[in-house]
Design a binder for this molecule. Structure first.
Ligand code: FES
Length: 163
């Protein structure tokens, strides 16, 4: 009976195959590491930061009267993105200056509204009241309404608030 002899595998062919398999493994590993790195770092890099939002123009305002304006504030929480509606009161001095404060009561967070007849901001929840400058004049609020930074664009007369 005759036995067939298999030729020994070519060592250079085996080495080439080994290099090729290692290269494919390294490429896949690198791609996965890059992808995981992007997921791990990107939300922190794009975390919520303050920005200037348009809240109207000087033409929308009445001198010395708090005018409510709703702004859509972008919120970023990891990969979750949303726009939160927030009310701010703008008070125009009749010239070029506008001040602003939040409409959120400093007691427990209800939304205050302007009572033009009483010339005060009223909180509907527990009887808190503020004057037109946001100072507490009655009830349980522990501090004035939070101020909001503003600026006026000289060209367009747009009022911007920082949120
Ligand atoms: Fe405004 Fe209580 S939440 S007075």
């Amino acid at each position: 009976m005759e036995q067939s002899v298999q030729p020994a595998p070519d060592p250079s062919r085996r080495r080439t195959l080994s290099v090729l398999v290692n290269a494919v493994g390294a490429t896949i590993g690198g791609a996965l590491a890059t992808l995981l790195g992007v997921f791990a770092v990107r939300p922190g890099a794009t975390a919520s930061r303050e920005r200037w939002l348009r809240a109207g123009t000087l033409d929308d305002l009445i001198p010395d009267v708090p005018v409510p304006r709703v702004v859509a504030v972008p919120r970023v929480d990891g990969w979750y993105r949303a726009r939160a509606r927030e009310t701010v009161f703008l008070i125009w001095n009749g010239a070029r200056d506008v001040t602003a404060f939040s409409a959120t009561c400093t007691h427990l967070g209800c939304q205050v509204h302007w009572d033009g007849a009483a010339k005060r901001l009223i909180c509907p929840c527990h009887g808190g009241a503020y004057d037109a400058a946001g100072r507490v004049i009655e009830g349980p609020p522990p501090r004035p309404l939070d101020t909001v930074a503003t600026r006026v664009d000289a060209g367009s007369r747009a009022v911007l608030v920082r949120r």
